[in-house]
Design a protein around this ligand. Sequence first.
Ligand code: NAG
Ligand code: NAG
Length: 313
Amino acid sequence: MLFSTVLAAVSGASLVFAAPSLQSRQTDDAKPAINDIQVLQYAMTLELLENAFYSEGLKRFDAAAFRAAGYPDWVRGRFQQIAQHEATHVEFLKGALGKDAVEACEYKFPYDDPKGFAAVSMVLEVVGQAAYTGAAPLLSDKNTLEVAANILSVESSQAAWVASAVLKGSAWSGPFETALGPNGVFSLASPFIVRCPSTNAPLPVKALPALSVQPAAPTAGSEITLSFTRPAGTTGTLYVVFLNGIVPKFAPIVEKDGKYTATVPEGLQGVVYSGVTSNNTSAAASDANLLTGLTVFDFPISSFVSNKGTIPQ
Ligand SMILES: *[C@@H]1O[C@H](CO)[C@@H](O)[C@H](O)[C@H]1NC(C)=O
Ligand SMILES: *[C@@H]1O[C@H](CO)[C@@H](O)[C@H](O)[C@H]1NC(C)=O
């Protein structure tokens, strides 16, 4: 009853009721590994990051800076609206979590101009979308799930707007977008986080070893070079998993002279996440079993190719 409790509070009832009812739900949770409060703290951590990103970027680049970068005025205007959405999501989650709310961290974002800002915006929006989708099965309360789905649809619209209207690419990846679990999401978000208040509740995520992949914009059939530290206790062939839609694709990693390479499979479209796995089954590609953090790629989709996607066999 998390969000409905908040809504009730907003319309006059006391938020004091919220905390005890939230706490008691932790004991009868069918999935005790992560409870709804933790899922919302995780969501709030991501919303705070997005909120800081938009408010900083829009402070840094005024209307003239956006114009100088070649954007019509409505682009900055829409970014301002997105900034307001994120600020509202933060306030909303703060109300929902009450004393369990987390606070903003210190961040660093890799952009120098409005174009770079737009590119980071797209990453944050698609990762936000993947995070909300991946968090759905972690939530126990159906009302909370409904509001999470509601926020997800806004993140998804924002992602589509940035990707297509601003960056002139595709608004979608395919018939299915990609769901990411908290470990994978956090591996993508943590490079933007410098430090968080020590009073923030620890997030239920595993710190995964970093993965970097060259080139940054690979193509089907090409060779990529992966940099990561082979996790202790792993033997035999490792795989790189490409998460894109609902069917993961794998490529065996070739290890030679301390260098790791793999060949990019065919059929990847739009936003693609990759990480290292111990084998090429979907169990190994699950969030809990990832051996490294994720990297994100954009495989541009021509307007004139099939975007049919793959369904599980
Ligand atoms: C998994 O790896 C084995 C051995 O390399 C290969 O025969 C099989 O086709 C692979 N399956 C997938 C789904 O990539
Ligand atoms: C693949 O890896 C997962 C996660 O480590 C493990 O649970 C599963 O047993 C492995 N499957 C095979 C066929 O090796």
